[in-house]
Design a protein around this ligand. Structure first.
Ligand SMILES: [Zn+2]
Length: 573
């Protein structure tokens, strides 16, 4: 039997893929979000029986070797070797005769391993004392130094270069490694000198590049990173992902910070599901790498102007990739590393756990700018968020967020509807906001399901029965008639319902039910929509109660205020 076949028999594709993708068992197969294209509903399947994966969205398919090749960007030989190593199976001699590309990359991995070891021993030695002092001052523990493999590239000598030369690496391999620079005369020099070194590892934990922080304050480049090489593509790599991914999958959450020190600080604080983008603008590839482990992203960028700008751009990309974004806010304008040092691990953990969703975070900022006691002020606050909602590329998400936010800001659903109706009638004032109409989106999701899908109807009717928010809709009579027909056990179809509803809403019914393609919305969408309406209603009640409590207190109606406060605590519980 060929070695490849023997190996394939000993490796389980479900385990291998499961390291990179959250998989769920569905009957005989496993399913998850495809790591090779952007999607919101899983079309990626792994069959244990056939040891095969396949995506019905982008048509990626193959065996376990193919999967490792694609996901890690490896050649076939590298994938084979990686799987054999992982499973403690020795490669036969003849398969070492691999292709040039694989040989070069193997040399680069080896050089990086050697460099990482050298940097580590430099840091422990006498020449590393300034670097050790710096780390101690920044509160990095000895355990963290070990865990993150931190090191020190020593002074202006050719020390790494000499080691690589004595180990027999060829000039073209040196040049390709990015570890050394080349002068005009062709001679080499160490790229990293007098720097604190952060090894950058790929998802399997292999060192593929370095980030170096200058220790001399006079040094012009505070951070110097490896250039791109055959084993390092900047746009694909996140710092610390290989350590973060297990916790990220377990907690179903991933924390994104900016710098190496932030990642180390957060990790020391017990937030080990942390990765860093390391100065480069966040890319779609990096987002997809995180997304494979969790869709819940907690963004904790520096609060300074540059950080805020980076956050804004990143959030847009993250939302477009269907990530659920929360913003971690740290008081005092501190970055994660400083915060952990000043307030301790527990406080930071609480900040991360209590992070608000991006839109609530925006809404809270809007609250401080408008008079929230007046309906118009609340409407204006809502209005100020519309452009951000409009930025979402997913229609359903736009509607859900709009309903949610209206409730959160205490805007009556009816008012939102009225507002959008006016906007769309008023041709002079044609702002982009006219495009969103959250309440009509409710109709578009719920009505087709209720009319066409018997199974969904049975579940949804129970949910909708006592939903006060529904009564605020123009289409409320349709829902009422439908529920009455359902309770009476009558046959429900578009035609029977259309006949029974009041003529004033017949057209609304026809527009949404006949307009929607079959199978366009699922029961899950419907339930999400109900949930959003329910949340909106609750938020609205809470705001109303709070206002009533305030005015009761002001006017000395203490018993009433206590009563209301009791009601409020029940709602909050
Ligand atoms: Zn795919």
């Amino acid at each position: 039997m060929e070695f490849k076949e023997r190996l394939r028999e000993q490796v389980d594709i479900v385990h291998v893929v499961g390291e990179y993708v959250r998989l769920r068992r569905v009957g005989k197969r496993y399913s998850g979000l495809c790591p090779f294209h952007n999607e919101k509903t899983p079309s990626f399947s792994v069959s244990q029986e056939h040891q095969y994966f396949r995506c019905f969205g982008c048509d990626a398919k193959g065996d376990v070797f193919k999967f490792v090749e694609l996901i890690e960007g490896l050649t076939f030989f590298e994938a084979l070797k990686k799987l054999a190593d992982q499973h403690g199976i020795a490669l036969p001699k003849q398969s070492l005769a691999s292709d040039d590309e694989t040989r070069l990359r193997a040399a680069l991995y080896e050089m990086h391993e050697i460099a990482a070891n050298q940097f580590r021993s430099n840091l422990a030695g006498s020449q590393g004392s300034a670097a050790r002092q710096y780390l101690a001052k920044r509160g990095v523990s000895e355990a963290a130094v070990q865990q993150f493999g931190l090191g020190f590239a020593d002074g202006p000598r050719r020390s790494l270069l000499r080691i690589l030369e004595t180990r027999g690496f060829k000039p073209e391999q040196m040049e390709a490694s990015g570890l050394v620079g080349q002068r005009d005369d062709g001679s080499f020099y160490d790229r990293f000198r007098n720097r604190l070194m952060f090894p950058i590892q790929n998802e399997s934990g292999k060192v593929i590049a370095f980030g170096g922080r200058a220790l001399d304050p006079e040094d012009k480049a505070k951070y110097l990173n490896s250039p791109e090489t055959k084993i390092y593509r900047k746009s694909n790599v996140l710092y610390n992902l290989h350590r973060a991914k297990d916790t990220a999958m377990k907690l179903d959450r991933i924390v994104l910070v900016e710098g190496y020190m932030d990642a180390i600080g957060a990790s020391q604080a017990g937030v080990t599901e942390v990765v860093a983008s390391c100065g480069t603008a966040l890319t779609v590839e990096q987002i997809r790498a995180m997304k494979r482990h969790s869709l819940n992203l907690h963004l904790n960028f520096d609060p300074d102007a540059a950080g805020a700008k980076a956050s804004e751009r990143s959030v847009k990309l993250l939302l477009d990739e269907s990530m659920k974004v929360r913003i971690v806010e740290l008081e005092g304008g501190l970055d994660p590393d400083e915060y952990c040092k000043q307030h301790g691990a527990e406080a930071y953990g609480q900040r991360v756990a209590g992070a608000k969703t991006y839109f609530y975070w925006l809404a809270d900022r809007a609250r401080t700018k408008f008079n929230m006691r007046e309906p118009q002020g609340r409407m204006d606050a809502f209005q100020s968020l519309v452009p951000a909602i409009q930025d979402l590329s997913d229609k359903l998400a736009r509607a859900t967020y709009a309903i949610d936010l209206a409730g959160y800001l205490g805007v009556e659903p009816g008012m939102v509807q009225e507002h959008f109706r006016k906007l769309s009638n008023d041709r002079v004032d044609r702002t982009p906001a006219a495009k969103i109409d959250p309440t009509r989106a409710t109709d578009r999701i719920l009505l087709p399901l209720l009319v066409n899908d018997e199974e969904a109807r049975a579940q949804l009717v129970e949910q909708l029965r006592d939903l006060p928010a529904l009564k605020q809709l123009i289409t409320a009579p349709i829902f009422e008639t439908l529920i009455a027909m359902h309770d009476a056990g009558e046959t429900i179809s578009f035609n029977t319902l259309h006949e029974r509803v009041h003529p004033s809403v017949q057209e609304n019914l026809a527009a949404v039910v006949l307009d929607s393609g079959a199978g366009a919305v699922t029961l899950e969408d419907g339930l999400a929509c109900v949930e959003a309406l329910r949340r909106a209603e609750r938020e609205r009640l809470i705001r109303e109660l709070k206002l009533q409590i305030k005015s009761a207190e002001r006017e000395g109606r203490i018993n009433e205020a206590l009563d209301l406060a009791h009601q409020l605590s029940k709602l909050n519980g």
